[in-house]
Design a protein around this ligand. Structure first.
Ligand code: CP
Length: 311
């Protein structure tokens, strides 16, 4: 394995992790172990929990895939879920995230999954709770469980990460998925490139930017991102058709991809914006495979944290 960004990636490496907060906390062994656990589950070897556990999912931002696949994962493992809806909770009376989680802990919840709009919302929380916390997306920060299911999808396809050309394309600046995947894939030895309009580039990320035309030609994995209209706070500089032609995966660009290359996207997808409608379900698309893999990977993560108390 080639560790290209050791200085930022190995925090926590080697030690047991009680929480899953950032891909920066995972080393190659932990990632490999989670991929193996998810593969075993995929092959019908569903691990049994030794006791009855209860989890609470706190989604302060909307979600379909992450929340539903965590719910499915809990059902398949026999984990009971508490129903937490922020709008119907004491959050509306000003209760802090910390007090909400401490309350759930006191009630007897064994694990929490949280999605929140604030970057690193977990910073003053994780060390003050005794139950595992899984980050289901923090603002523009990270989305580690999405990254792990993406790694599973890539590994199923290629059986390796080393030297794969992976281009992450689109709204990089606002994407927590881009950040988690770029960190993880470069640690695993992939050649990571980014492609984005100037205004959505994040120059703090140490990866080369290339054009969309170069991206389709060199990529083994073309990882598209959703244009996050809700985070821009202003209108796009382009019409949808202009954006699609300049920066999207058009039908014409897809024709120039390598024979074996695959298309990925964390979804939800803006059909006709970052990807042509017809390509969402084309032969090289793994978009719905990623979603199915989300259940497997989230089962693996829930099992590890609940049964073993660590990843
Ligand atoms: N990929 C992803 O996080 O989708 P949701 O926002 O629907 O959970």
């Amino acid at each position: 394995m080639i560790l290209q960004h050791k200085e930022v990636l190995n925090q926590g490496a080697g030690s047991d992790m009680k929480h899953l907060l950032s891909m920066k906390d995972l080393d190659t062994d932990k990632i490999a172990s989670l991929l193996e656990e998810a593969e075993r589950i995929s092959n019908g070897q569903v691990p049994e929990l030794s006791e009855k556990f209860t989890a609470a999912y706190l989604f302060y931002e909307p979600s379909t895939r992450t929340k539903m696949s965590f719910e499915m994962a809990a059902h398949r493992l026999g984990v009971s879920l508490l129903n937490f809806v922020p709008e119907h909770s004491s959050t509306t009376k000003g209760e802090s995230l910390y007090d909400t989680v401490k309350t759930l802990e006191a009630i007897g919840t064994d694990l929490v999954v949280i999605r929140h709009s604030e970057d690193q919302y977990y910073k003053d929380l994780a060390d003050r709770i005794s139950i595992p916390l899984i980050n289901a997306g923090d603002g523009k920060g990270e989305h580690p469980t999405q990254s792990l299911l993406d790694l599973l999808t890539i590994h199923q396809e290629f059986g390796k990460f080393n030297k794969l050309n992976i281009v992450i394309c689109g709204d990089i600046l606002h994407s927590r998925v881009a950040r988690s995947n770029a960190y993880a894939l470069s640690m695993l030895g992939a050649n990571v490139y980014l492609s984005a309009p100037d205004i959505w580039q994040d120059q703090s990320l140490p990866y080369e930017y290339i054009s969309m035309d170069e991206a389709v030609e060199i990529s083994d994995v073309l990882m598209l991102l959703r244009v996050q209209h809700e985070r821009h706070g202003s209108q796009m500089n382009w019409t949808i058709e202009e954006y699609h032609q300049l920066y999207g995966l058009t039908m014409e660009r897809e024709q120039r991809m390598k024979h074996h290359s695959i298309i990925m996207h964390p979804a939800p997808v803006n059909r006709g914006v970052e990807i042509a409608d017809e390509l969402v379900e084309c032969d090289r698309s793994r978009i719905f495979k990623q979603i199915s893999n989300g259940v497997l990977m989230r089962m693996a993560i829930l099992y590890r944290l609940l049964e073993k108390g660590a990843i």
